[in-house]
Design a protein around this ligand. Structure first.
Ligand SMILES: Nc1nc2c(c(=O)[nH]1)N[C@H]1C(S)=C(S)[C@@H](COP(=O)(O)OP(=O)(O)OC[C@H]3O[C@@H](n4cnc5c(N)ncnc54)[C@H](O)[C@@H]3O)O[C@H]1N2
Ligand code: MOO
Length: 401
C-alpha cells in the first residue's frame, strides 16, 4: 500500500507541466499565464480628463467662487475619441468629456457641475488645483513594464488589463483535452429504463463538471461494458487527440475488472492507496498518453478527484496554490476510522461569528456509495492514518470544498 501523498506526487509527476499555447482572451478565463506580459502602451496612454467639464489653466481660475465666478471663452469641444487636440490658449477653456485627451497648455479640469455649462463662454464657480481631475499618462501601467506576471491566474481583471494594453491573445498553459470513461456493464443512461441490476451512470457527469471547472477540455464515454476488447476499441482511436484519460470503475479485485485487465502490461500500474474511500487506484501511460484510473464508487470518484486529480491538474496548469483551504474544527460527533488509512469523511463546517475555531459534523456514513450525503457537505473531514477514533469535541483537519 502506498500513501495518499505518494500517489498524489505520482499523479502530479505523470501530468507534468502543460506546454504554453497562445489563446484568444475569451478562451483564457481561469487559465494561468505562461510568460510575463509587458505593456506595449502606457495606461492611460495619454493625459486625459476624469470628469465632464472644462479643461483650463488653474492660474486662470484662482479667484473663482460662487459669489465671484470667472468667465472664460470656450474655444474647443473635446469629446472622448478626438485625436487632434489643439493647444489651449491662456485665458480660455476647452469643453472636455471624461476620457478625452487634455489639451496641451491646460493643467486641470473643472467639472461641469461647478460651471454654468456654457458653450461659447463659460462661467466657472470654483478654483481648480493644478492637476485636478487629470488622469496622468502611465499612472496605472508604465509603457514597457510587466503588466501581468507569469503565473497570474486570468480572471476578469487580468483579462481586462491584457485587453487594455492592446493584446488579444495570451500565452497560457494549455488546457488538457481529457477523455473521461465510465466502465460498467450495469451502467444505463436516460431515457432508458432501469432493469433490475442496472444503475444510472453518474461518475462521468461529476468528473466532467470537476474537470471543466479547472479549465480542461473534456469529452466523455459514459458507459463502456466490462469487456476488454470493447474498452480498448472505444478508447484507442481517441488516444491521439487526448492529453489525459480518466477512467472510473473496473480496478478492484473482482472477476470483471475491465480497466485493470485491459491496461495491466500496457503501461499502467495498479496499486492500493492507504485511504478510505478511494483505495484502488492506478496510473501510467497508454501509448504515451497519461492515464489515471479511479475506483467506481461515486464518492470514491469525488474524493479521488479532490485528493489527486484536482491538485495535479492545477499544478500542471501552472497554478501555485493547488490545495483546498484547510482549517481545524471541533468535531460534534465521534468518528471511527480504519487503522492505517487516511479517511475522508463528508462533513458540514460552520464557524460562529467571533469564534476562532469552527465546528464540523459528518454528513452520512463512510460508505462510498452515499452520494446524496455528499450533496449536503461543504467539506471533507480528514482523519489521519494513525487515528482510529476521533472523539466528539476533539479538533480535526477539515478541507473546505
Ligand atoms: N474483494 C474486494 N472487493 C472490493 C475491494 C477490495 O479491495 N476487495 N475494494 C472495494 C472498493 S474500496 C472499491 S472503491 C470498489 C472499486 O471497484 P471498481 O473500481 O472495480 O469499481 P466497480 O466495481 O466497477 O464499481 C464499484 C461500484 O460503483 C458503481 N459504479 C461504477 N461506475 C459507476 C458510474 N459510472 N456511475 C455510478 N456508479 C458507478 C458500481 O455499480 C459499483 O457499485 O471495489 C470494492 N470491492
Ligand atoms: O476505496 Mo473504496 O473507494 O472505499 O469505496
Amino acid at each position: 500500500m502506498i500513501s495518499v501523498d505518494e500517489h498524489r506526487a505520482a499523479v502530479t509527476e505523470l501530468l507534468g507541466t502543460r506546454p504554453g499555447v497562445e489563446l484568444p482572451l475569451a478562451d483564457c478565463a481561469g487559465l494561468v499565464l505562461a510568460g510575463d506580459v509587458r505593456a506595449g502602451v502606457a495606461l492611460p496612454p495619454f493625459d486625459n480628463s476624469a470628469m465632464d467639464g472644462y479643461a483650463l489653466r488653474s492660474v486662470d481660475v484662482v479667484e473663482a467662487s460662487d459669489d465671484s465666478p470667472v468667465e472664460l471663452p470656450v474655444s474647443e469641444d473635446i469629446p472622448a475619441g478626438r485625436t487632434d487636440v489643439p493647444a489651449l490658449l491662456p485665458g480660455t477653456a476647452h469643453r472636455i468629456m471624461t476620457g478625452a485627451p487634455m489639451p496641451p497648455g491646460a493643467d486641470s479640469v473643472v467639472m461641469v457641475e461647478r460651471t454654468d455649462g456654457g458653450t461659447g463662454k463659460v462661467r466657472i464657480f470654483a478654483a481648480a488645483a493644478p492637476g485636478a481631475h487629470v488622469r496622468r499618462t502611465g499612472e496605472d501601467v508604465a509603457a514597457g513594464s510587466v503588466a501581468l506576471a507569469r503565473g497570474s491566474v486570468l480572471g476578469p481583471a487580468q483579462l481586462g488589463l491584457a485587453s487594455a494594453v492592446g493584446l488579444d491573445r495570451l500565452l497560457v498553459h494549455a488546457p488538457p483535452r481529457v477523455l473521461v470513461v465510465s466502465t460498467g456493464t450495469e451502467l444505463v443512461l436516460p431515457p432508458d429504463e432501469l432493469r433490475h441490476g442496472q444503475i444510472y451512470e453518474s461518475n462521468s457527469v461529476m468528473l466532467v463538471a470537476g474537470l471543466r471547472a479547472l479549465g480542461c477540455h473534456v469529452e466523455s464515454i459514459r458507459s463502456v461494458a466490462d469487456d476488454v476488447e470493447t474498452f480498448r476499441a472505444a478508447i484507442e482511436p481517441r488516444l491521439a487527440s487526448t492529453d489525459l484519460v480518466v477512467t472510473s470503475g473496473g480496478v478492484s479485485a473482482g472477476a470483471y475488472e475491465v480497466v485493470k485487465d485491459a491496461l495491466t502490461g500496457a503501461g499502467v500500474s495498479f496499486r492500493k492507496v492507504a485511504m478510505q474511500p478511494g483505495g484502488p487506484q492506478g496510473l501510467g501511460r497508454w501509448d504515451g498518453v497519461p492515464v489515471v484510473t479511479l475506483p467506481g464508487n461515486p464518492v470514491s470518484v469525488l474524493v479521488s478527484f479532490e485528493a489527486f486529480l484536482r491538485p495535479a491538474l492545477l499544478a500542471s496548469l501552472g497554478h501555485s496554490g493547488t490545495d483546498r483551504q484547510h482549517v481545524r474544527a471541533r468535531l460534534i460527533e465521534t468518528l471511527q476510522s480504519p487503522k492505517g488509512k487516511r479517511q475522508f469523511r463528508r462533513g458540514y463546517y460552520t464557524q460562529a461569528q467571533g469564534e476562532v475555531t469552527g465546528i464540523v459534523g459528518p454528513r452520512g456514513g463512510p460508505g462510498s456509495h452515499l452520494l446524496a450525503a455528499f450533496t449536503q457537505a461543504n467539506c471533507l473531514i480528514v482523519l489521519p492514518e494513525d487515528v482510529t477514533e476521533a472523539a466528539e469535541g476533539s479538533e480535526v483537519d477539515v478541507l473546505l470544498l
